[in-house]
Design a protein around this ligand. Structure first.
Ligand SMILES: Cc1cc2nc3c(=O)[nH]c(=O)nc-3n(C[C@H](O)[C@H](O)[C@H](O)COP(=O)(O)O)c2cc1C
Length: 351
């Protein structure tokens, strides 16, 4: 068995590996550009992407919108013709403006999760960007494909199907994640692969399925392809590369993490996420951390009620303030043993 290129409309992705978007600041131009140069798709996370720009403290949204262009341009330069996209969470405050900024900056793809991107087709009208929802169930897939069909007379350019072993926000309940072995995610992928065929026929196109969550080695990729996926999305493994945009301390925290250090945390918007145990999680477990300033990140967050500020925690993390940071990770983080490069990961994974 050999990997086949991932065909997304008129885009041919030589290596069917997408590097998952990682916010805040973990996947920006450097990592995404390096992945794209190796023949995969490099994904920049737009979550508070301008966190280190001079005007960020005063005007987060405008600063982020400018930083989207800056990082897409830079990633494309590094990519030498490779494919660069963005991850924009549906839960982002002023989501539509982020989508427009990414379109105008020439993103090749937009991947959108943390909510269902119901109106995304409308927002990208007139732009040749490819769009993909992130889904975690057959039910969410059917809602989105039916909605896009009925309201916009179009379908997805590809679908990212993210399972319970992933990092970042997860599309499963805390109870489901506590009984993770009972989740039959293979079945979910197979059903989605079968389900999308009717939309492929109707729109005379291919809708590749990209499996995500816990993919670590060639065997995991082969397994996903055997289930009918056309490619994979991998995030955690790319953190401990020289090219990753996080601080050296963040990468070291990944290398130091043991299996028993991995926790499920509830983000201020009520969604579960996976992270490495540290001082911040301990404090959150003991009670609320007062929020002094709102950075306007997520539309459903109420700073008066939230248990902590997720932007502040994620910025602490990317900057290397490990004890006070939120260290999102996939559940195979403890298997990472050494720093590497994007090139070396591709050499290891491509077959
Ligand atoms: C540090 C980190 C941050 C992440 N941030 C985001 C994000 O901002 N938006 C999103 O949709 N997914 C996010 N994810 C999920 C990844 O894009 C990816 O789909 C998932 O982690 C894949 O599983 P893996 O990490 O086991 O390879 C994040 C993952 C990690 C590890």
């Amino acid at each position: 068995m050999r990997m086949k290129p991932l065909i997304i409309g008129d885009l041919t992705v030589r290596v069917p590996i997408i590097q998952g978007g990682m916010g805040v600041g973990i996947s920006r131009s450097n990592l995404a550009g390096a992945v794209a140069r190796e023949g995969g798709i490099g994904i920049i996370s737009t979550a508070q992407i301008g966190y280190d720009e001079p005007d960020f403290d005063n005007n987060q949204i405008e600063t982020n919108l400018l930083a989207i262009k800056k990082h897409i341009d830079k990633a494309k330069e590094i990519a030498e013709g490779g494919i660069v996209g963005v991850n924009i969470m549906v839960a982002t405050k002023q989501y539509e403006r982020y989508v427009r900024a990414a379109c105008e900056a020439g993103a090749d793809v937009i991947i959108s999760g943390a909510g269902l991107p119901i109106s995304l087709p409308d927002m990208v009208k007139g732009c040749k960007v490819k769009i993909a929802p992130i889904v975690s169930s057959m039910r969410a897939t059917s809602v989105i494909l039916k909605m896009w069909d009925r309201k916009y007379h179009r379908t997805a350019d590809f679908i990212v199907v993210e399972g319970p072993h992933a990092g970042g926000h997860l599309g499963f309940s805390k109870e489901e994640l506590e009984n993770i072995d009972e989740i039959d995610f293979d079945r979910e992928i197979k059903e989605i692969v079968k389900y999308k065929r009717a939309f492929e026929e109707k729109y005379q196109t291919n809708i590749p399925v990209v499996a995500a969550g816990g993919i670590f080695d060639q065997n995991d990729i082969k397994h996903a392809l055997e289930l009918g996926a056309n490619g994979v999305q991998i995030a955690t493994r790319f953190v401990v590369t020289e090219e990753c945009d996080a601080s050296p301390e963040y990468k070291q925290a990944y290398l130091d993490a043991k299996e028993e250090d991995i926790r499920i945390v509830i983000s201020p918007v009520g969604m579960p996420g996976r992270a490495i145990a540290n001082g911040l999680l301990k404090k959150v477990g003991e009670g609320k951390l007062p929020i002094e300033k709102c950075f306007h990140c997520l539309s459903h967050c109420n700073p008066k009620e939230a248990p902590y500020c997720i932007t502040k925690a994620l910025i602490n993390a990317v900057r290397g303030n490990i004890e006070e940071g939120l260290l999102f990770c996939g559940d195979n983080v403890y298997r990472l043993k050494e720093m590497t490069t994007v090139k070396a990961i591709f050499e290891e994974l491509v077959f």
